[in-house]
Design a protein around this ligand. Structure first.
Ligand code: UD1
Length: 341
């Protein structure tokens, strides 16, 4: 009997890649998304890659009766919760919007999962570590007080899951992603930022394709080897595979603790300048960039110690940053070709 995984926010960047990997690993997937921050591009890409259409339900996870109905109508073995707002700056300007959406939706997922005995995987973030005292960070590194409502929702949702697991006998995993980048090797699914991208790699690819005039590198006076910030850029397909490992650990009853947390990163720090130069080299082009002032709220350096995920989930990142940056560029070109049709 195939196990069924509900992917909330499954039409988005990470959710679409996770859907592909889950189906290819033998799971049935139900995608549910309110389409508030994406169009059908990634869902169509998922269907093209898989050669069939996973069940798609348009719904909002803040709608408690709709969530209850979904769980009542389907036997769901695990839910992966991606459906959330994710722009750091926007969350500072609109905290109530972020708190209502990101917390309500997850509370509804927890309530329905409690009733139906469903395993819960929460999509968390390295943002919970803030500016770490020591790098690389392990799962034991202290969480720092959040610098944005977005970061705060990640911390709170982790705590909701921990407390529900403790009280109700549920099982849950939080995956803390570092910086997810890249696209599927087919170039049929990828990141689709609305408006001006906040994140580095979409800004790089949009500059390379001519949609943006110039990339600003935010600060070159950080206490790092080349003065630019250090991050752990994790390939989105590698990241998606970590979800398959985590889901199978949950549904096959292999968890050692009812609530587990894993860092999902490469363990390899990369500076902004190194990333830009790697992008130029692997794709054989020159990028227009300039050094700009620091961006408020940026941490100097954060990267993962991913050894726990390797030991317990049997997962580790496999794609090189060059492969990943080539896939991001192939995706941008695919979008440009589609737009020109
Ligand atoms: C942010 C969030 C993180 C979230 C991630 C992906 C925080 C503190 N960070 O990470 O939680 O998971 O986005 O959505 O909450 N940069 C430039 N020029 C640009 C854009 C970025 O130089 O145009 C630099 C930044 O200063 C930073 C690096 O590139 O050093 C990465 O930035 P970005 O892609 O925005 O990710 P983070 O801020 O690390």
């Amino acid at each position: 009997m195939k196990k069924t995984v509900l992917v909330s926010g499954g039409a988005g960047f990470i959710g679409s890649h996770v859907t592909v990997e889950l189906v290819q690993a033998g799971y049935d997937v139900i995608i549910a998304d309110n389409m508030s921050n994406c169009d059908t591009t990634n869902y169509e890409g998922v269907c093209a890659i898989l050669g069939y259409k996973p069940l798609f339900i348009k719904m909002d996870f803040c709608d408690a009766p709709a969530v209850e109905k979904l769980f009542a109508e389907h036997k769901i073995d695990a839910v992966i919760h991606f459906a959330a707002f994710k722009a750091v700056g926007e969350s500072v300007a609109e905290p109530l919007m972020y708190y209502k959406n990101n917390l309500d939706s997850f509370l509804n997922v927890l309530e329905a999962s409690r009733k139906s005995g469903t395993n819960v995987l929460f999509s968390s973030s390295a943002t919970v570590y803030g500016e770490p005292d020591r790098t690389p960070v392990t799962e034991q590194s202290p969480r720092k007080s959040a610098t944005s409502p977005y970061g705060n929702t990640k911390q709170m949702c982790e705590d909701f899951l921990r407390d529900c697991v403790a009280a109700y006998g549920m099982h849950g995993i939080a995956l803390r992603y570092f910086n997810p980048i890249g696209a599927h090797p087919s170039a049929l699914i990828g990141e689709l930022p609305r408006g001006v991208p906040n994140n580095l790699v979409p800004f790089i690819t949009q500059t390379a394709i001519g949609k943006r005039a110039c990339l600003s590198i935010f600060g070159d006076d950080y206490p790092t080897p080349d003065g630019t910030c250090l991050r752990d850029y994790i390939d989105v397909v590698d990241l998606a595979k970590a979800h398959v490992c985590a889901v199978s650990r949950m549904v096959e009853g292999r968890m050692e603790e009812p609530y587990e947390i894993y860092n999902i990163g490469t363990g390899r720090p990369e500076s902004v300048l190194e990333l830009v130069q790697a992008f130029e080299k692997v794709n054989g082009l020159k990028l227009n960039y300039r050094i700009a002032p620091r961006r408020p709220g940026d941490v100097t350096e954060v990267w993962a110690d991913p050894s726990l995920a390797q030991e317990k989930l049997g997962w580790k990142a496999t794609r090189t940053v060059e492969e990943t940056l080539a896939s991001a560029w192939a995706w941008e070109k695919h979008l440009a070709a589609k737009a020109a049709e």
